[in-house]
Design a binder for this molecule. Structure first.
Ligand code: ADP
Ligand code: MG
Ligand code: ZN
Length: 629
């Protein structure tokens, strides 16, 4: 959303610009050569007509020749025609003719004093300067030209950003943006992060206050969190608030083709930042260089050198000068410990997925950028549970696009709701034809989920069910709306969730007497929940509070790895299966007991393609009251 900011107020941190710097020199050389007559013949002006020596002699004898220039290998002469009208310059090969001078001196000419003007000219020796240019400078320049253009095309093919090769420095073009418009107001929610960064802003504003008391600010702060939570955004906002230059570079940009180039780039970066202090250095996706160093052979030399250089630079610079280093990553656990020790990135700022209030705030920030009518913020915020800031920004934009598509002048709540579905489940595929029987199965499947959810008091009510096919391949979509933001989930709630997930398949079995592939996603989710309950949440009787699995990459989907013996793993599988089975059984019972609700809600859905949570609850209440109340 704030992409344009980056382009404004850019100022080049280093004078060596792109382009070819030797044009001036090249032009000079060419001019010098032209003056020396090496490129163009030196008898200026008219065309030179080649002729033979005999003609020359006969023209001399007949008194038409006016001037002669004798050179080493040729003779140039100017002669008029018999009627004396126009002069022509001729060229003829030089012949070893000892009587030529005599002949010329004695000959008549139509010149004023009746004599032929003649002179001899030896081929001029090139000057020392010209020789130098010709034999040394020109080849060098050509070499450099070739080298650079080869480097550029190679670089372009590799899609890299650094310079392929250059002399003296790393060739890094590091930009310091001097005027950043992003402020903390653009970052919604994330109050804790803002608080933590506020101190840095204050320090950059008046370092004197801190120096007076002898306090040094943390040199670096590490922004940690899942993708799209605004890490890059908040780093820019710090620079915008502090109104200082902002050096932004991505970790991957340091990793170069040649060992040592990355390290040189780091050196350059810190040198330039030192000159511009106070300023902010932001290293995005620092895990690209900051990964743990390994002592095994075959480690990445270049990366480790770069990291070492970074560590050295961070130690080396004066903390009171006002250079603050921010870095962002979504894989904090992979970072080298040395980076995290005090004196380097000792401050860690957590950026979590936004909660309900946070999502409302983010919606507000992004809605400011589009024209909109009255929006039910609460509803949209609830519907986007689990979304990151980036996703919400995307949802608002999708809604604006939808408004344009339908020819309206402003975004409505309905646009937003629809775009939530689009972003989460893919766009509607109205053209896709599905058979009536399949449609029916989809309807019962979705209603099955909803019914099981509604009948269990702990489950979140459904906001809306649609059975329009989606581009993601889903044939139906149930939008769950959390009533509030929960941080903790109880065992009972998780079990309800399990039952709800199995509700779709249960409906297929009980009502349609079949099972379909439509439940694959449910199966995946249910298994993940059940497994986590046993292995990580200590929610099974068998394993009590024992950790059976460790979680890596918590911010990137969360891979897990077993930390128990193979026998235990086999046992765990049984326990997980038991839990899922129990939930499935419960779902089947609930659906069998409420078949009439199923039929009515499903036919409503089949007819209208959409059923809201309210309409569904009306049908449910007409038939029965939720159990367990
Ligand atoms: P990250 O670096 O954490 O992956 P970004 O900072 O690049 O995420 O966020 C991408 C976009 O998402 C931002 O440009 C912004 O439009 C939006 N966004 C993310 N978090 C927020 C937030 N807290 N407030 C407002 N917009 C946000
Ligand atoms: Mg980022
Ligand atoms: Zn399902």
């Amino acid at each position: 959303m704030d992409k344009t900011d980056g382009q404004k107020g850019r100022e080049q941190g280093q004078p060596s610009g792109p382009g070819f710097p030797y044009w001036g020199l090249l032009l000079g050389i060419v001019t010098a050569l032209m003056i020396n007559g090496l490129i163009f013949p030196r008898v200026g002006g008219n065309r030179i007509v080649p002729t033979d020596y005999g003609t020359f002699i006969s023209k001399v004898d007949s008194g038409l020749v006016k001037a002669v220039v004798i050179e080493d290998s040729q003779i140039l002469f100017r002669a008029g025609t018999a009627d004396g009208k126009s002069d022509t310059t001729y060229r003829t090969g030089a012949v070893n003719d000892p009587r030529l001078v005599e002949r010329l001196a004695g000959a008549e000419s139509p010149n004023k004093d009746g004599k032929i003007l003649f002179t001899s000219k030896t081929k001029q020796e090139n000057s020392a300067l010209l020789n130098f240019i010709l034999w040394w400078l020109l080849p060098c320049v050509l070499m450099i030209m070739l080298w650079r253009s080869a480097g550029k095309s190679l670089k372009a093919r590799m899609g890299g950003t650094g310079n392929f090769m250059s002399f003296g420095n790393s060739g890094a073009r590091i930009y310091a943006e001097s005027q950043i418009k992003t402020t903390f107001a653009d970052v919604a929610g994330q109050e804790e992060a803002k608080d933590a960064l506020m101190e840095i802003v204050d320090f950059l504003h008046n370092p004197g206050k801190y120096r007076a008391i002898g306090a040094t600010l943390p040199k670096g702060a590490l922004l940690v969190g899942p993708p799209g939570t605004g890490k890059t955004l908040i780093a820019r906002a710090v620079a915008g608030e502090a109104n200082v230059p902002f050096f932004s570079i991505s970790g991957s940009e340091f990793v170069q083709m040649f060992v040592g180039m990355g390290a040189a780039k780091v050196r350059d970066l810190f040198k330039q930042a030192g000159e511009k202090a106070p300023c902010i250095i932001f290293i995005d996706e620092i895990d690209a260089i900051g990964k743990k160093r390994e002592n095994s052979i075959g480690g990445n030399d270049e990366r480790e050198q770069t990291l070492n250089q970074l560590l050295t630079e961070m130690d080396g610079f004066d903390g009171t000068k006002g250079v603050v280093i921010l870095a962002a990553t979504n894989r904090p656990e992979s970072l080298d410990k040395a980076l995290l020790r005090p004196g380097r990135f000792d401050r860690r700022i957590q950026m979590e997925l936004p909660d309900l209030e946070g999502r409302k705030a983010i919606l507000n920030v992004h809605l400011k950028k589009v024209r909109h009518s009255d929006i039910d913020l609460d509803l949209v915020a609830r519907a986007t549970s689990g979304s990151s800031g980036a996703e919400i920004a995307n949802i608002v934009n999708e809604a604006a696009l939808r408004a344009v598509r339908t020819g309206r002048g402003s975004v409505t709540t309905e646009d937003l709701e629809e775009s939530v579905e689009t972003v989460m489940a893919g766009a509607q595929r109205k053209g896709k034809v599905i058979s009536d029987r399949e449609k029916k199965i989809v309807a019962y499947h979705e209603i099955g989920h909803a019914l099981v959810a509604a009948l269990q008091t702990d489950s979140a009510p459904v906001h809306k069910i649609t059975i329009v096919p989606r581009t993601s391949g889903a044939l139906g979509y149930t939008m769950q709306v959390d009533s509030g933001d929960q941080v903790l989930m109880s065992r009972a709630e998780l079990l309800c969730r399990l039952a709800t997930l199995t509700g779709g398949r249960a409906a297929e079995e009980v009502i349609c007497g079949t099972v379909t592939t439509g439940a694959s996603n449910d199966i995946e989710q249910a298994t993940r929940i059940a497994r986590a309950m046993v292995t990580r949440y200590g929610m099974s009787e068998q394993y009590d509070m024992m950790e059976l699995e460790t979680m890596d990459n918590a911010y990137l989907g969360g891979d897990t790895s077993l930390s128990c013996s193979a026998e235990t793993a086999a046992e765990v599988d049984k326990v997980v299966l038991g839990m899922i089975r129990e939930a499935h059984e419960k779902a089947r019972e609930l659906i069998s007991a409420n078949e009439d609700v199923m039929h009515e809600a499903a036919s409503f859905l089949l007819e209208k393609e959409t059923i809201t949570g309210e309409e569904f609850m009306n049908i449910l209440h007409r038939h029965c009251h939720p159990q367990g109340q």
